[in-house]
Design a protein around this ligand. Structure first.
Ligand code: ADP
Length: 201
């Protein structure tokens, strides 16, 4: 049973590493950004409600986001562990998650912080804008997302560090190298990957 968070600025490679962790540790990757994007694509009421906010690079309200995560964590695949990717992103979300997990008698095992410098992440997002055409990867939205991250989300790092949960991982370099650093840091905490995936981790 492994309960993990992955945090880092937009463009740090959370989604890429989350995909590795999910196969390596047998936990579902719960990405609030992916869930919002799927809703937008399918034009659900939630998608219609959040599209303009997300395109501008602002955060969706804590109320909507918390409710979304609460119901997602009730699904069968998340009962025995999860990787939350892109949540919590505000101090209010941290508090909500604390209470939600405490109510289930659960606790987090570790928080993976992907560290990457601003110039590098902006360059990556520009590239992704061309490759994937994400509607929040415009120049203005990219800049705005960095500012919102610095203001709203970077304070979370200290909270988890104080709790002794934080694992800082250098997010620069080859995808496999970063994945290896994460696996090593988790192993140091006694969190082991599935046997079948040890090679790739
Ligand atoms: P990135 O890692 O590039 O910031 P994500 O896919 O994690 O991208 O998120 C995309 C957008 O979805 C965010 O800019 C924000 O508008 C919205 N979003 C995702 N997670 C949250 C959250 N926990 N709270 C509020 N808004 C969120």
């Amino acid at each position: 049973m492994t309960r993990l968070l992955i945090v880092g600025p937009p463009g740090a490679g959370k989604g890429t590493q989350a995909a590795r962790i999910t196969s390596g540790y047998g936990v579902p990757d719960i990405s609030t950004g992916d869930i919002f994007r799927a809703n937008i694509k399918n034009e659900t009421p939630l998608g219609v409600q959040v599209k303009a906010i997300i395109d501008s690079g602002d955060y969706v309200s804590d109320e909507l986001t918390n409710a979304l995560v609460k119901s997602r964590l009730e699904e069968d695949d998340a009962l025995d562990g999860f990787l939350l990717d892109g949540y919590p992103r505000t101090l209010e979300q941290v508090q909500y998650l604390d209470e939600l997990l405490a109510g289930k008698g659960q606790a987090l095992d570790a928080v993976i912080q992907l560290v990457a410098d601003q110039d590098e992440v902006v360059a990556r997002l520009r590239k992704r804008a061309i490759e994937q055409g994400r509607t929040d990867d415009t120049e203005d939205a990219i800049r705005h997302r960095q500012e919102v991250y610095a203001r709203e989300t970077s304070p979370l790092i200290a909270v988890y560090r104080d709790r002794g949960l934080l694992i800082e991982v250098d997010g620069l370099g080859e995808i496999d190298d970063v994945a290896g650093r994460i696996a090593d840091a988790l192993a140091e905490r006694g969190i082991a990957a599935n046997e079948s995936s040890v090679e790739s981790a």
